[in-house]
Design a protein around this ligand. Structure first.
Ligand SMILES: [Mn+2]
Length: 354
């Protein structure tokens, strides 16, 4: 089991690679989607929460991540003495009509296959994704965590209809006609996911890349009036059972799983790690359940994180843990301090459960 750090696009710099190594990381998970592009006055040194208009604008629909870009990224990280374990998330610009079953679906499926082939060629083993219409929306930010630290949470359901031109909490078409996306059924969303996996997993397998599915964040049955896929721990089994490919894995988010109203977090960790289906792990802690929860410092939530590591160890999980999100610490570098704090805890957990 290895310690990693997730870095947002604008943080993929040699200085942050040094920071990761200093904090004990051996691996990096890179976000290539720019969540902060033209967003409404969001701080770029914290996880995005956004407004009713989402986080910001999606990327260029006509520019897929190139082989050169991916190879340079991997090389830069290796030059710093680290390994690039995963790319986290697809750009809504590249797959909005796969999510929405829109007119560009076939073209975008080919685009995603191209990205996966290029990742394989560039030597990047995992693509984390979140198959969601509303995306990570409806969360609030306040001084929720210990010592008044700024953190993210939820203060009730969030179901304003989703404007046309928006998906995955980003704007992919600023010129979309006014109006909103009609709500679809849960069955329809599962059908779209299954069709996506059946198309893409054979390509991923051939390319030596694993797909890893994040559960819903926040794990509500609906957000913006649209259904969610994995908002209870048992739904992950349904996703795994859709396709037996070894490339069909999970971006296993302890925080999101702990926010779910059903199930037991330790049982969930045991069930899915025993099946050898974890791509990588988002290692974070929370208090409460949807629709009222708060992200906490790693040692201050309701989950016994050391017990989680022990279960992963027992089931021989050999992949990477990253902190996912942490509260912001009061100092000159709130994001970095929060991450360093979580990683120190994780390093100790990994050393003492061997
Ligand atoms: Mn997560």
């Amino acid at each position: 089991m290895n310690l990693g750090l997730g870095l947002y696009r604008h943080m993929l710099t040699p200085t942050n690679y040094e920071f990761a190594r200093q904090a004990g990381a051996t691996h990096i998970v890179a976000h290539l989607v720019d969540y902060f592009k033209d967003g409404t006055a969001q701080k770029v040194d914290d996880q995005p929460t956004g407004t009713d208009r989402g986080w910001g604008r999606a990327g260029d629909p006509n520019q897929l991540w190139t082989l050169a870009e991916l190879t340079d990224l991997r090389r830069g990280i290796e030059e710093a003495g680290l390994k690039l374990e995963a790319i986290e998330n697809l750009d809504p610009a590249h797959w909005h009509d796969i999510l929405l079953d829109g007119p560009r679906r076939t073209t975008q499926l080919e685009g995603v296959k191209t990205i996966i082939r290029r990742m394989g060629e560039a030597g990047i083993p995992i693509l984390g994704y979140n198959f969601s219409l509303a995306g990570v929306a409806g969360r609030t930010k306040s001084n929720y965590a210990r010592g008044n630290a700024t953190s993210v949470g939820m203060e009730g359901a969030y179901d304003p209809p989703m404007p046309r031109g928006m998906v995955w909490n980003m704007i992919y078409d600023e010129h979309a006609t006014t109006g909103t996306h009609p709500s679809i059924s849960s069955e329809e969303l599962w059908r779209r996911l299954e069709a996506f996996l059946n198309e893409v997993l054979p390509v991923a397998e051939a390319a030596g890349v694993k797909l890893a599915a994040h559960p819903d964040d926040p794990p509500m049955p609906t957000v913006r009036g649209q259904p969610r896929l994995v908002y209870q721990p048992a739904h992950y089994q349904k996703l795994i059972d859709l396709n037996p490919s070894p490339a069909n894995t999970l971006e296993f988010c302890i925080g999101s799983l702990a926010e779910m109203t059903e199930g037991d977090i330790y049982e969930a960790v045991d069930t899915y790690s025993r099946q050898n289906r974890l791509g990588y792990v988002h290692f974070r802690n929370v208090r409460g359940k949807v629709p009222f929860y708060r992200e906490t410092f790693i040692d201050d939530g309701e989950v016994d994180m050391l017990r989680v590591v022990q279960i992963l160890r027992r089931n021989r999980f050999a992949g990477v843990l990253i902190p996912d999100h942490t509260p912001q610490m009061s100092c000159g570098a709130p994001w970095h301090a929060g991450m360093a704090y979580a990683m120190g805890f994780m390093r100790a957990a990994l050393l003492t459960t061997k």
